[in-house]
Design a protein around this ligand. Sequence first.
Ligand code: GH3
Ligand code: MG
Ligand code: MG
Ligand code: MG
Length: 315
Amino acid sequence: YVVKDGLYSYKYTLSIIKRIINNVNMKVLIVDDSKTFLESTKNLIEKYRLTVFTATNGKEALEILENNKNIKVILTDYYMPIMNGLEFVRSVRKNYSKDELSIIVTSVTQEKTIASKFLKCGANDFLYKGFTQEELYVRINANIEVLELFEELKNRANRDFLTNLYNRRYLFEVGNKDLKIANEKNQNFFIALIDIDKFKIINDTYGHSVGDIAIKMVATFLQNSFDDEEIVARLGGEEFCIVFANKDIDKVKDKLEELRKIFEKNSIKVDEHRLNFTISIGCCFKRFDTLDKMIQEADNGLYEAKDLGRNMVRY
Ligand code: GH3
Ligand code: MG
Ligand code: MG
Ligand code: MG
C-alpha cells in the first residue's frame, strides 16, 4: 500500500506493516467544509487501512467523536462554517488530551502565524494544503507513533513486569475511583484476595525461576477467567486482587468457589515438573470508603482461610 510509492527504510517499512496489521481499530476523522477535499483525503487514508470518518463542520465532528471509540487522529481544516478550526481544536481538547488523540491541521491560508496559533491551542501538527500523499502518510504515521509511545508508557506504569497484570498502583488508583462511584450510586462493590497456598515449597523444590513461571501461568489463568469489567491485579508475590463492580453477589461467590476447585483439581506443568498447589481466597463484600480498608477486610478472611487449613474461600 504505502510502501510502493516511495523509498522507505527497512525499519520504517516494518513499522508501517506492523501498524497495518495491528491497527484495524484505529480511526481517523477528517473535518473540512470542502466535499472534494474530504473525498480525496478519505481515499488516500483508507489505502493506509485506517477507518475514516468525515464531517463537514466542527459540530458534526464533535458528535462523531463522542459516538465512536478509537478515533486517534483528527485532520481538521481552518476556515469552516459554524466553528472555525481554532474553536474546534479548543473544544476537542476540553475532553480529549494529547495522550489519546492527535490533531493535525490543514489549511490553504498563508498567514505566517497560523501554525503557531493552532499548536498553542492544542493541535499537534500543521500542514499547508497542497501536501503530497507521502507527506500526509508520514505525518499521520508520526502522530500515531507518538500515541503508541504514550500507550507503552501507560502500560509500563500500570502493569506488573512479571505477569503483565495490572499492578498495585493501578489497582489503587482505578479501584478507589470505582469504589467512590459505587458508594455514590449505592451499587455492589466487592474485592477478593487470592493467595497461593504454601508457595514457598514450590520455590524451594523447583527453584525460583520455575516459581516465576507458575506465577505467570496463574496470572494468565486469572486474567482469562474474568471479563474486561473486573480489575485483575497482582498485589505482590503470589497474591492477586480481583475487583468486582456492580456484580451479583451470588454469581461472584460461585465464580470464586469454582476457581478454588479448578486449582484443587488441576496441576500446572512447567518444563518436566507437575506442580500441584491450591489457592486460598479472602473476600470483602461490604463497601468501605477506601479500597485499603476493603483489602484489609479481605485480608482478614484470607488469614482465616490459611488458619483453617487453606484451599478455601472466606468472607
Ligand atoms: P501460605 O499458604 O501461608 O500463603 O504459604 P506461602 O509459602 O505461600 O507463604 P507466603 O504467601 O507468605 O509467601 C509467598 C512466597 O512466595 C514467599 C516467596 O518465597 C515467594 N515469592 C514471592 N514473590 C515471588 C516471585 O515473584 N517469584 C517467585 N518465584 N516467588 C515469589
Ligand atoms: Mg474550509
Ligand atoms: Mg502464599
Ligand atoms: Mg503471599
